[in-house]
Ligand binder design. Structure first.
Ligand SMILES: Cc1ncc(COP(=O)(O)O)c(C=O)c1O
Length: 396
């Protein structure tokens, strides 16, 4: 009998999607297939409603009072580029952390060549951050503080409330990369004091790829990353200044947003605090079971509550890519091995350049799946120790 598939790669993209997501996308294609905001005919108006409904739902999820402050993008990378290029100018200083994804690091390194000064504050070996170190890195020309809400490698959750208080006390713009937490950890932009929040639709928000966005605090203006058609103010050759049009040039992913609306509605019905509790239960169970796997080393915080739903580990005596291959081919457990587009985070954890294996959970994973995966790791550890593995797999 084929093994049941266990999908633990939700930090890359979540699977499966909630019931209703695919149906909402098909419904949009069949019944709301116009170009939103571009015409007065009924298919265009229906498409505009799809986009507006998705925007309202996302605003509700993050407690953003004005939905027009949610700008839709293709993904978090697009949103982060919009935020970083939109705020920073030559001569500005920006402070970030050593566990950021390349979607923050690469735009910053590019901006550095254009005269922006970049300071990277080192996190501790488990990815946790000392906010005093961040305070010491600030200068008179610091304009922006950018931090991930949680590491996509170690799962470490950063102290967003403390960072926000620091940013506010120093008059800085505070940008949070919520790629790994939107949909998995409650986010309230007002309470958290976030100026800019970048999110992606296809991870814990459980929506389709090609969706994401940026929340922009009222009163904060960004330089546009793209300029073009918006369906509004078509008499002018210059970009409209009002949101969301100022940053939504070109036709948005209406089909994707129909799916995102369905997935966000699903999450609002469950309650994000319940998603968080479920993932914490899975994490606690895995961290405990992992202690019994010989040679397995967990990277990142010891306690589940200091993490999002992701955990990285290595196994003595073999490579992370081998472990992921054995998990997939022998046990049908899907995990991601390597550097996870975050070399700085791996340097912080001491796992560069070899990388780690990452398990990342979602609402749809079960405790039975965690137990099966832990048993699989136990078997793999024994194969590594004895040098005996099923011949179909090859050498370790
Ligand atoms: C922390 C973090 N930031 C940014 C991204 C980029 O997300 P996307 O590929 O949706 O642009 C990821 C994706 O893995 C991530 O984990």
């Amino acid at each position: 009998m084929p093994l049941a598939m266990i999908y633990f790669d939700n930090a890359a993209t979540s699977w499966p999607k909630p019931p209703g997501v695919a149906a909402a996308m098909v419904d949009q294609l069949e019944n709301a297939g116009g170009n939103p905001g571009r015409a007065g005919h009924h298919l265009s108006l229906a498409a505009a409603n799809v986009v507006a409904d998705a925007r309202d739902a996302v605003a509700r999820l993050f407690n953003a009072a004005d939905p027009s402050r949610i700008v839709f993008t293709h993904n978090a990378t697009h949103a982060l580029n919009l935020a970083l290029h939109g705020v920073l100018r030559p001569g500005d200083h920006v402070v970030t952390t050593s566990i950021e994804h390349n979607s923050v690091m690469r735009p910053l390194r590019h901006l550095e060549r254009a005269g922006v000064e970049v300071a990277v504050v080192a996190c501790r070996r488990d990815g946790t951050l000392d906010v005093d170190r961040v305070a010491r890195a600030l200068r008179s020309n610091t304009r922006l503080l950018v931090a991930t809400h949680a590491s996509n490698v170690s799962g470490t959750v950063l102290p967003i409330a403390e960072l926000s208080a620091l940013a506010r006390s120093r008059g800085l713009v505070f940008l949070v990369d919520a790629s790994q937490t939107a949909g998995a950890i409650p986010i309230d932009v007002a309470v958290m004091g976030v100026d800019l929040l970048a999110f992606t639709g296809h991870k814990a928000l459980l929506g389709p790829t090609g969706t994401g966005g940026l929340y922009i605090r009222d009163g904060l203006e960004l330089k546009a990353l793209l300029r073009g058609g918006t369906g509004s103010e078509s008499q002018y050759e210059v970009q409209p200044l009002f949101l969301p049009d100022a940053h939504e040039s070109g036709t948005v992913n209406v089909t994707g947003l129909a799916g995102l609306h369905a997935s966000v509605r699903f999450l609002l019905d469950i309650g994000i605090e319940n998603v968080r509790a479920h993932e914490q239960m899975l994490m606690t169970r895995f961290l405990s079971a992992a202690q019994n796997v010989p040679g397995l080393r967990i990277h990142g915080p010891v306690e589940a509550r200091a993490r999002c739903g992701s955990v990285s580990f290595t196994l003595n005596g073999t490579t992370s890519s081998n472990v992921a291959l054995l998990l997939d081919e022998s046990f049908s457990v899907m995990a991601r091995a390597g550097l996870h587009c975050a070399p700085a985070a791996h340097r912080t954890l001491g796992t560069f350049p070899t990388g780690t294996v990452r398990f990342s959970f979602s609402w749809f994973n079960t405790d039975a799946e965690v137990d099966t995966a832990a048993r699989a790791l136990h078997d793999i550890a024994q194969w590594v120790e004895t040098g005996v593995i099923p011949s179909a797999i090859g050498t370790l």
